[in-house]
Ligand binder design. Structure first.
Ligand code: PRE
Length: 275
């Protein structure tokens, strides 16, 4: 049986594009309307893998997704980056001046905030997914509203692009993680990247010691993200991604990091896809 992949959004969404690029064009997807639903789908076994956006080059990390991965004990088995081009689209025959509201995924709206400063008459409204908004506008034939979504969504739902590439910086890219349940068998994969999470004592030099271990073992840290720890105000968990040439270097560093940190977990080792 073919493996199903849970995605946030529907066909025409950026998650859908990633699922097709990563798993092949004939991938079978489970369309979910929130990141929580993606995780629930995976945990219930309706899908074997999931794709989840984790950070965007313009607006930064999607912090709640770090918590979703960690709290639900998910495993990262891969990553994928895609360039993101945002387009404003509506039922054909209208001009930007006719549009009163633009609906899209919150991350998409954030990526295009600058553009809309020139159109103060347009109200930006958060919705579940870029493509599902395009679909709804098309099905209802509704005027005076637009979606922010991919060119694929405009083609799929016969909408007209009123403004293309409306994201704030030309080079806009989103990083996605491929996830699975932790207790499921891992196919042996070649890895040169690891994601881990740990908590540090609030003590002078505690983070510096961690960074020194990382550097001493020739690990290249590609990301560090602090996230507040649940019930304790101003206490942080650190999510760190490192790149390595020799898996042995990572194993050695890990053994030392275990001693210097609290509750260290390796969220996954996988192949670095950053171009
Ligand atoms: O709404 C979509 O099309 C999505 O795939 C979601 C999402 C995100 O969660 O960041 C994916 C990529 C873009 O950064 C904007 C939106």
């Amino acid at each position: 049986m073919k493996e199903k992949v849970a995605i946030q959004g529907i066909a025409g969404s950026f998650h859908h594009q990633v699922a097709r690029e990563y798993f092949g064009n004939d991938v079978e997807v489970e369309e979910c309307m929130s990141f929580q639903e993606v995780v629930a789908n995976l945990l219930a076994g309706r899908s074997g893998k999931a794709v989840m956006a984790i950070e965007n080059s313009i607006v930064g990390s999607i912090l709640p997704n770090y918590a979703l991965i960690d709290d639900n004990n998910l495993r990262i088995t891969g990553e994928h980056y895609i360039p993101i081009q945002m387009n404003m689209m509506a039922v054909p025959g209208q001009k930007i001046e006719d549009i009163k509201k633009v609906y899209s995924h919150p991350m998409a709206l954030l990526q295009c905030k600058e553009f809309f400063k020139n159109y103060p008459h347009i109200k930006l409204v958060e919705d579940e997914d870029t493509a599902s908004v395009a679909k709804r506008i098309s099905e209802n034939g509704k005027k005076h509203v637009a979606a922010l979504a991919s060119r694929a969504a405009a083609n799929l739902f016969d909408l007209e692009i009123l403004a293309e590439n409306v994201h704030t910086l030309k080079s806009n890219s989103t990083r996605f993680l491929v996830l699975q349940k932790n207790n499921e068998d891992l196919k042996e994969n070649i890895s040169d990247k690891a994601s881990m999470k740990f908590i540090l004592e609030s003590r002078r030099g505690s983070l510096a010691e961690v960074l020194e271990i990382i550097s001493d073992h020739k690990l290249d840290m590609s990301k560090i993200q602090s996230v507040p720890v649940g019930n304790t105000p101003w206490k942080y968990a650190f999510f760190v991604d490192v790149l390595f040439n020799m898996p042995g270097d990572f194993e050695e560093a890990l053994a030392l990091l275990m001693k210097k940190t609290d509750r260290l977990t390796v969220l996954g080792t996988y192949k670095n896809k950053w171009l």
